[in-house]
Write a protein that binds this ligand. Structure first.
Ligand code: FMN
Length: 380
């Protein structure tokens, strides 16, 4: 038994190494979609099935943002930063006016950092689309290719693969660029059996290409580059720990969202009590108010994280901060105190953290806090 204990670390190390090596061996393909009515999602499932027909390849279906369709709301949402971590990406979108949908186009427009870092260069990509009548579907597939070509991705077409076996008595969404589905042709359920078959074949062929290209483009470099892009990594690297969410202590919400703006108001609540309460110069000194100011801003960012579903990369801008300090009438250095909150915001969000600001003194503040901050953020 004693001997077994001696060997345990070695056994564990071997197990960990084997598991890591097995994970490295698996080729991971993202099936990235946007879908309003579910047509694109139906095709995505077929593409994923085709991809996974090779046991060394895994498909992960994600969406570019939460669909308006409640049936699709549980599909995980992809972040821009995770794209370079895959071995290939199959993109799916509805056809909108002979083009890609706004849900997909919005997402792609956020990939400029990946583009300038060459993060997707050499990675295989393929596209599929759900159309209505099919008007302009090849234009739309082509426009998809345009964006991906700018990224330097290796574009994998479908050619005339599977053409021999499809039902030619009805119109089918087959295209040499990628599979489409013609959902407004009502006589049969869409995607039709043939469209599903073509989508599966597309996935199968794409997996073959992804397997062949695996390791030929530098994911290691891109992972390092994308690390710098993620706010969660910024927090980790700077050792900034967000507090647990404060509870609301009145008839109000922790945050209120109107359109793309999120409004948050906080005091220096920490673990259920107010940190360094009182009036500056009488009960507390500047260092204590600075500490309370930092706590207040961290509370705001913790609530902001909740408001964006946990993904702080969805914060587009800190629009404005308003800081109120409990001071005596002759105090004038409110701006210096407020810099603690402003600096923290810029430290975390970089350029996006720069904001307009107002500061002031107050005779008293709620629950004895020495500081209160109101924040407005623009989010995706
Ligand atoms: C704004 C808009 C534009 C559209 N333009 C086209 C088009 O040009 N050609 C076409 O065949 N279908 C078009 N459609 C229909 C959609 O492509 C079709 O409903 C598709 O199946 C939706 O995919 P989804 O089910 O994944 O949301 C359009 C739909 C919308 C909302």
């Amino acid at each position: 038994m004693k001997k077994l204990y001696l060997f345990l670390p070695a056994i564990l190390l071997t197990f960990t190494l084997n598991t890591t090596m097995a994970q490295e061996k698996i080729t991971k393909i993202l099936v990235l979609i946007y879908s309003d009515n579910g047509g694109t999602y139906e095709l995505a499932k077929e593409v994923a099935k085709g991809i996974e027909s090779d046991q060394n390849v895994r498909a992960v279906i994600k969406q570019t943002k939460v669909s308006v369709n409640p049936k699709l709301k549980d599909i995980p949402v992809a972040t821009v930063e995770e794209l370079p971590t895959y071995d290939g990406i199959a993109f799916g979108s509805p056809v909108y006016f002979g083009n890609i949908s706004t849900g997909m186009s919005e997402f792609l427009s956020k990939t400029t950092d990946l583009w300038t870092n060459h993060a997707l260069e050499g990675m295989p990509a393929t596209v599929f689309m759900s159309a209505g009548s099919g008007a302009g579907n090849e234009l739309a597939l082509q426009s998809f290719w345009n964006s991906l070509a700018v990224h330097g991705m290796v574009l994998v077409s479908n050619g005339i693969r599977g053409y021999e076996n499809i039902d030619k008595t009805i119109p089918q969404g087959n295209s040499v660029l990628g599979t489409t589905s013609l959902v407004s042709l009502k006589n049969i359920a869409r995607p039709s059996e043939s469209e599903r078959y073509l989508a599966e074949l597309q996935g199968k062929n794409f997996a073959k290409v992804a397997l062949a290209l695996k390791g030929t483009f530098s994911k290691a470099v891109t992972a390092k580059e994308t690390k710098q892009l993620s706010i969660n990594n910024v927090l980790k690297e700077k050792n900034i720990v967000l507090p647990t969410l404060p509870k609301s202590v009145g008839n109000y919400e922790l945050f209120s969202r109107s359109g793309n703006l999120v409004f948050i108001n906080q005091v220096s609540l920490k673990d259920g009590t107010i940190l360094n309460p009182g009036k500056l110069g009488i009960d507390v000194n500047e260092a204590q108010v600075q500490e309370a100011t930092k706590q207040t801003m961290l509370n705001i960012i913790a609530i902001l994280k909740e408001a964006v579903g946990g993904d702080l990369d969805k914060v587009k801008k800190c629009v404005q901060l308003v800081g109120m300090f409990n001071t005596t009438a002759d105090y004038t250095k409110h701006a210096d105190l407020m810099n603690i909150a402003s600096n923290l915001t810029v430290e975390i969000f970089g350029e996006k953290g720069k904001h307009a600001r107002n500061t002031g003194g107050a005779y008293s503040l709620p629950v004895g806090s020495s500081v209160s901050i109101s924040a407005i953020f623009e989010v995706e």
